[in-house]
Design a protein around this ligand. Sequence first.
Ligand code: DGY
Length: 332
Amino acid sequence: MKPSVLVARQVFPEIVARLREHFDVETNDEPVDWSPAQLTRRLQGKQGLFVAATEPVDAALVAACPELRAVCSMAVGYNNIDVAACAARGITVTNAPDVLTETTADFGFALMMAAARRVTESERFLREGRWQRWSVDFFCGADVHGATLGILGMGRIGQAIARRGALGFGMKVIYHNRSPLPPALEAPLGARWVDKEALLREVDHLVIVVPYSKASHHAVGAREIALMKPTATLTNVARGGVVDDAALAQALAQRRIAAAALDVFEGEPAVHPGLLAVPNVVLTPHIASATTATRRAMANLAADNLIAVLGGRAPITPVVPAAPRAPADRAP
Ligand code: DGY
């Protein structure tokens, strides 16, 4: 008998076809998210779960699904999965690193440029028929080339954004991470580790790529934004909740920073009304990894992981439960 797997949201048909070669597969073919109760009910008797960043896989769900052996996500971020609860029940969790790094970095850089050069704000002005005449300060923004790029969270995607800035746009790169990168990674980018306060004070364009966790919740809020230059921009391609959206909306309304660009939101798909009300923010619906090639690669990797784990082999990209950290090590 084949193992059974549940695909909790629509994926490309060829991925489902691949999974069907190995498993009995139930899919969610509706453009509607299943509630936790529906997900729990459909998972009964199934060994594998295919998810994205959107399905909550918590301790209650895994406790209610005793046959579950693998939770494979097509996202790199896995804050929707209680990895410790899964590990405690012997359930393997996998994510999808690497395959989306360059695509996500392209988008992060594009968002940062759009905020700095007021691309969507000026387009809206034009579309609304408000363009009557040119003037010398018409939609003046901030230069990207030669400016200081600050990365909060210098993992794979952070480094890929830094590469674009340093090597493509002659930007000076500073970053903050729990610990500095090895010199061999810093040197080609001319990148310099700074503490978080220095990052916020010195940056012209801040790009946030730090994973979401309790420790990074509201890592950038009113206090942090107040440290930034009034000409600076802030871009978030990490996760909703890393930035305090209410505080950011207020700062943008009061022009305490020049502009922002957000692909992720606290409580998405809801967006804080204050963000919708201000002109100086670029808003996109969590699409940083959305190219067809990359989304296929992400889904294929999740399928490969399911096939490996339920076939009795080692996962390709396992998520290892975090070891408890000392309090001094907590700040992002
Ligand atoms: C990820 O993979 O974590 C991206 O945010 C897409 O969901």
